[in-house]
Ligand binder design. Structure first.
Ligand SMILES: C[S@@+](CC[C@H](N)C(=O)[O-])C[C@H]1O[C@@H](n2cnc3c(N)ncnc32)[C@H](O)[C@@H]1O
Length: 387
């Protein structure tokens, strides 16, 4: 009671009174910030494990950038690939990675602490559980490399929050703020299209494993990139025909993929601007994979209305992207997408409720959130044209 009644937080004159929850949390904050309390908890045997866990959590938060850079070094040096066929000695690794043995030790110890590699018999090193999961995942490796741009933009997070003009990410995703995205050339779209194609298998798996594609005959993939998703869907559902719509330079890349994969008899790519151009009609499944979070509400509404106009009654819209709602499971995921998109210059992660409101306002009904294996990668939301 003594703690609760202490005026820990000076209240501005005229501010609404604090609730009991606010007061309790204020008391907790005051207690946690006191060095005497921290020392007391750390000394008390029953409380020590909690103190250690909390301290380790805080340490992780402070050291996160170093962890990411250790991971980047492992990816760049292809350490996981070198360990794929089995454990190797320090000398073997030093020569493969072209590192001085003492520097290699430093990397291996750090990577070991992060679960990326593991000590094995006779002084050899093998993959750790995390390293094993990363090995062979070209999409994740590409994303890890790509983060160099993200970190460049986040070097001064306060400047970014105060609205500093777009930097590396804004240039990397030129459609986000381009006045005429349809006139972007191949050189402007090639880097992000390759990154999307590399990371697409993880996303396509979420759809193929959790959505009944075999119920449909024609899939229109809007903003479908170079066709990696459509190609995976066509392989999983042999009855499916596909139409892809993306910016002209990207659609050209998709056509090239369909030709190379001998899919041209089942899939076509059409170029245009999905905000302003008429969209192809006749599909009974329309997909938006990692599209909506790129854009602000007004643009999303324009896009959804355009899609709604092209859809026949009974057709299904399937939205596939990570939702802010799943950030409740891991707050870090929400923080990641929010800061990433802020640096990119448009869009935001949305909760299911926020997405559903936009869908409703664009004339969709029967809006449903479906189970997905990895909401951190993507959730699945379906909707149908309303009356
Ligand atoms: C984040 S990528 C997602 C690509 C693909 N769906 C995937 O998940 O791999 C967004 C895609 O939307 C396309 N796009 C952006 N603005 C567009 C516009 N105004 N009209 C047509 N496509 C657009 C981009 O070219 C890009 O291929």
């Amino acid at each position: 009671v003594a703690v609760l009644s202490r005026p820990d937080l000076p209240m501005p004159v005229g501010a609404p009174p604090l609730s009991w929850r606010d007061r309790l949390l204020g008391a907790r904050d005051g207690l946690l910030a006191r060095p005497q309390f921290q020392r007391f908890v750390a000394r008390w045997p029953g409380l020590r494990p909690i103190a250690r866990r909390r301290a380790a959590d805080l340490f992780d938060l402070c050291a996160g950038f170093i962890y990411s850079q250790v991971l980047l070094a492992c990816v760049r040096l292809r350490l996981f690939d070198h360990l794929a066929s089995g454990p190797r000695t320090r000398d073997e690794l030093a020569s493969l990675l072209q590192l001085a043995p003492e520097r290699l030790d430093l990397l291996l110890e750090a990577a070991c602490g992060l679960g990326l590699v593991q000590r094995r018999s006779r002084g050899r090193w093998g993959l750790g559980a995390r390293g094993a999961a990363l090995r062979g995942n070209a999409g994740l490796a590409a994303m890890i490399e790509h983060h160099a741009l993200v970190y460049a933009d986040l070097a001064d997070p306060v400047a970014l929050l105060r609205g500093a003009p777009g930097g590396a990410l804004n240039r990397y995703w030129p459609y986000a703020t381009a006045a005429k995205p349809a006139s972007l050339g191949d050189d402007a779209v090639a880097p992000y299209t390759a990154l999307m194609a590399a990371s697409q298998p993880m996303i396509a798996a979420q759809v193929i494993d959790f959505y009944p594609l075999q119920r449909h005959r024609c899939l229109l993939d809007i903003g479908g990139g170079d066709g990696a998703f459509l190609s995976a869907a066509a392989a999983a559902a042999p009855q499916l025909r596909g139409v892809l719509f993306d910016l002209p330079a990207v659609a050209d890349r998709a056509s090239a993929r369909f030709r190379a994969e001998r899919l041209s008899h089942r899939a076509v790519a059409i170029g245009g601007d999905f905000f302003t151009d008429r969209l192809p009609e006749g599909a009974d499944l329309v997909t938006l994979v990692r599209i909506i979070h790129d854009h602000d509400d007004a643009r999303v509404l324009a896009l959804l209305r355009n899609i709604r106009r092209s859809m026949a009654p009974g057709a299904t819209l399937l939205v596939v992207e990570p939702l802010a709602q799943s950030a409740a499971e891991s707050g870090a995921v929400g923080a990641y997408f929010a800061f990433y998109l802020m640096a990119m210059g448009s869009g935001r992660p949305r909760s299911f409720a926020q997405l559903a409101t936009l869908l409703e306002n664009a004339g969709f009904a029967r809006i449903a959130l479906h189970k997905a294996a990895m909401p951190l990668l993507a959730s699945l939301v379906t909707a149908q044209p309303g009356p």
